[in-house]
Design a protein around this ligand. Structure first.
Ligand code: GAR
Length: 191
């Protein structure tokens, strides 16, 4: 397999970014070309410094109304764009420019607990409040509507009465760390 390039998008902590970077560290066939963030003070930027991964910050204008992020992405020439905890909706121009090349991870079993405003702990709190007996992760293609693209992979985990939103988040993060890099590797090997 020729070298494949991935670009990661993240808005916050970036623990999935760090996990993905570690996963592909010794794999010569996969390069994390860059991490892009919409938050100037996101912890993910510190992680990128420590991991020696190129990182870029962009603002709303660069992302939504201009061609700046699109040009940056074209220059980075990704085989796959991976949203790993990224909270803005992807503009249609980007979806059209990279068909079937943008994927997202969502911390619940879509189509449940998705859509605008459903991210991170908000998802786990809603799952807890509804006394769900299971939750999980969904990896899906990105289209121009929040959390509605075709599903690639889902994994479930059980919730007990003792679980809090915080322990549900831990269980879901563990699933993300175990499965997300493998799904990325599989998609890259299929391209
Ligand atoms: C992850 O759990 C990811 O599934 C979720 O944000 C978290 C980021 O954690 N994404 C969404 O909620 C997208 N709607 P991290 O920054 O520690 O990787």
């Amino acid at each position: 397999m020729a070298t494949k390039r991935i670009v990661l998008f993240a808005s916050g902590s970036g623990s999935n970014v760090e996990n993905i970077v570690h996963y592909f560290k010794d794999d010569e066939r996969v390069v994390v070309a860059a991490v892009l963030t919409n938050k100037k003070d996101a912890l993910v930027l510190d992680r990128c410094d420590r991991l020696n991964v190129p990182a870029f910050y962009f603002n709303k204008t660069a992302f939504s109304s201009g061609t700046a992020v699109l040009s940056l992405l074209r220059g980075l020439a990704p085989d796959l764009i991976v949203l790993a905890g990224f909270l803005w909706k992807i503009p249609e121009a980007l979806v059209l420019a990279f068909p079937k090349k943008i994927i997202n991870i969502h911390p619940a079993l879509l189509p449940h607990y998705g859509g605008k405003g459903m991210y991170g702990m908000r998802v786990h709190q809603a799952v807890k409040e509804n006394n769900e007996r299971e939750t999980g992760i969904t990896i899906h293609y990105v289209n121009a509507r929040y959390d509605e693209g075709a599903i690639i992979h889902q994994v479930k985990t059980h919730i007990t009465k003792e679980d809090s939103a915080a322990t549900i988040a831990e269980k879901v993060h563990a699933l993300e760390y175990a499965h997300f890099p493998k799904v990325i590797a599989q998609l890259l090997s299929d391209t």
